[in-house]
Design a binder for this molecule. Structure first.
Ligand code: C2E
Ligand code: SIN
Ligand code: SIN
Ligand code: FE
Ligand code: FE
Length: 553
């Protein structure tokens, strides 16, 4: 578990007509600087005060001259702003019937006047912590949905920029003076680019197509990071490649890319007949110190808000960079810009999601997420070995699986705490609502179009499908479980890792089980809940799983 942060501040509203009680409670709480107390003597004004004070707990008297405390409980529950605020009844009455009625009408807790100060403070903090955690989780969920919406909007703009490019290309293609190489370059762009999900692949293609189109001998995409530029993609003899090793280059006016990054304007230096290695017209060409070029074009990758994310650099075009070409290259640059923006948004969304997956339940923190990811990787690595998957491919898939596994339950942020943290068994309606976490999670990933999102979506949606077809959410109308190999491999792996961890761990609704009992269930469920091949792998590699468990306790 992470170190507990400072206690959230408890804002308490006491509604009690007896001024003496207000005074007594104020004294009891006086030595606790994490509690702020408001007192209201008039029951009739309680609702209005609560809306204004925004308490984390309400302490409510039952018998008041101007209002019925039980009616007030219902009024809080019916109020949009107050419905989830815990209400602790503070009453002189001790009869069980009164208590039962108070709970039936919406009370969260019941204390008999005057309570012990230690108990009162403990309850106020306990209810505050639960309330604040749920409120945070909810606002995080709203924020996530907004981010997912933004990513989808970026995708729409990528499609749009791409469509304009295809149109311009088509116009140019009509021009019979254009040579075959240009026609090839033109044919290569278009709808294809929009379908590419992987950022590296996309930027490689944009650079390659732009370079071929301009018939440039060399080129690069440099990505900005603070005060530096890193050469991330290089164009060499018509082939664009992701550059693995890149030293950051300082952004300076002396360099063509630096100048474009600093001014946000295109830098175009035409041939001057005096090529100097690594320079054109006295300007440094970042990343090309040994090459000699006659002309160069640096096109900033500038967002709609004016931020420069990087630079598209092209050098030594066969016929320079005529006006018409420069206009088209600006479109290639806008494609690259949107792709970069989208990627950085997705990256921050993933980090936020992983944080949220830990936020959803204080009793079962980041360690669960880490263990499920660790078990999944261990199982997949052995599966890949048995199936002869090439190691580079295994490596790439492990990265996708790790993120997908960490986010398998991210949809639980959309489930109310009352269900999520229920100490006992869920009833049928509650379990049905709990099951929607699969779809809620999947919806967050739908349409993001990145390299990992399809894996993350499948895992979120399908990790509770069963090999025998009895799982959820299934498909069709009425839905039936997928079953067997129709369940994506990653979802089968994470599903097994998740249950292995749920059984091995303590939950709000169950104790932890010894490993022998866990493995007994896993064996029994081979061919029923679980893919038999994966069960075999799990048993075979149990030492790897133990190592993961010991690392993330
Ligand atoms: P979870 O706690 O992460 O459990 C994941 C899966 O592990 C469960 O999926 C189930 O397949 C398996 N599992 C967990 N505990 C047991 C157990 O005691 N016996 C057996 N045989 N299998 C177990 P499932 O059932 O689809 O539940 C999904 C999620 O719903 C659970 O995630 C948990 O958050 C919640 N949940 C399920 N049942 C209850 C319950 O009775 N009370 C509460 N409070 N939550 C529950
Ligand atoms: C208080 O703030 O202590 C009194 C309640 C109110 O704000 O009216
Ligand atoms: C869905 O049920 O949302 C799509 C079906 C699938 O991913 O298999
Ligand atoms: Fe789940
Ligand atoms: Fe889980």
């Amino acid at each position: 578990m992470p170190a507990p942060g400072p206690r959230p501040l408890a804002t308490v509203l006491l509604v009690d007509d007896q001024a003496m009680i207000g005074e007594a409670v104020r004294r009891m709480l006086a030595d606790d600087d994490r509690i702020v107390l408001h007192v209201r003597l008039e029951g009739a004004a309680a609702l209005e005060t609560a809306r204004r004070v925004r308490p984390t707990v309400i302490l409510q008297d039952l018998v008041m001259p101007d209002a019925d405390g039980l009616d007030l409980l219902e009024a809080y529950r019916a109020d949009e702003a107050l419905a989830d605020v815990p209400v602790v009844v503070l009453s002189a009455r001790e009869e069980p019937a009164t208590k039962a009625e108070a709970f039936a009408r919406g009370a969260s807790d019941y204390l008999v006047k005057l309570p012990d100060p230690v108990e009162l403070k403990a309850r106020l903090h306990h209810h505050t912590a639960g309330f604040v955690a749920e409120r945070e989780r909810r606002s995080a969920f709203v924020e996530l949905e907004a981010m997912a919406g933004e990513v989808r909007e970026k995708n729409r703009r990528l499609d749009e920029a791409n469509r304009r490019l295809a149109e311009m290309n088509a116009d140019l293609a009509d021009d019979v003076r254009e040579g075959q190489a240009r026609l090839d370059a033109i044919a290569a762009t278009g709808a294809e680019l929009a379908a590419i999900q992987d950022l590296d692949l996309l930027l490689e293609r944009i650079l390659g197509d732009a370079g071929r189109f301009a018939r440039a001998a060399a080129g690069a995409i440099l990505v900005r990071d603070g005060d530096t530029l890193a050469l991330e993609y290089r164009l060499d003899e018509g082939i664009a490649r992701h550059e693995r090793r890149h030293d950051p280059l300082p952004i300076a006016l002396e360099g063509v890319a630096g100048r474009a990054a600093l001014t946000g304007e295109v830098v175009h230096l035409a041939a001057n007949g005096d090529p100097q290695p690594g320079r054109v017209g006295g300007h440094l060409i970042e990343g090309f110190v040994d090459s000699s070029f006659g002309c160069v074009l640096a096109q900033p990758l500038r967002t709609a808000t004016g931020e420069v994310l990087g630079v598209l650099l092209l050098a030594d075009a066969a016929e320079g960079f005529p006006e018409e070409d420069r206009r088209l290259l600006a479109h290639f640059a806008s494609l690259a810009t949107v792709a970069l923006e989208r990627a950085s948004l997705v990256r921050s969304m993933i980090l936020r999601m992983i944080g949220m997956a830990e936020l959803r339940d204080p009793t079962e923190t980041g360690a669960h997420v880490q263990r499920v990811a660790g078990y999944s990787i261990a199982i997949f690595t052995e599966w890949a070995r048995r199936h002869g998957m090439p190691s580079a491919e295994t490596e790439r898939q492990r990265d996708r699986l790790r993120i997908a596994a960490m986010l398998h339950d991210v949809g639980k942020v959309g489930i109310p705490d009352a269900i999520l943290k229920k100490p006992g068994r869920l009833d049928e309606a509650e379990y049905a609502e709990m099951q929607t976490h699969t779809r809620i999670g999947a919806d967050l990933f739908t349409g993001l179009r990145t390299d990992f999102d399809e894996a993350a979506r499948e895992v979120a949606l399908r990790h509770h499908e069963r090999w025998d077809g009895d799982g959820y959410p299934g498909a069709g109308d009425p839905p039936r479980g997928l079953g067997g190999e129709s369940i994506p491999l990653f979802a089968r792996i994470v599903g097994l890792a998740d249950v292995f961890d749920a059984l091995s761990s303590k939950r709000s609704y169950k104790e932890s089980w010894p490993e022998s009992k866990v493995l007994e269930v896993v064996r029994e469920e081979s061919g029923r809940h679980f893919d038999p091949e994966l069960v075999e792998i799990l048993l075979d590699r149990i030492d790897d799983l133990r190592a993961v468990r010991n690392r993330f306790v």
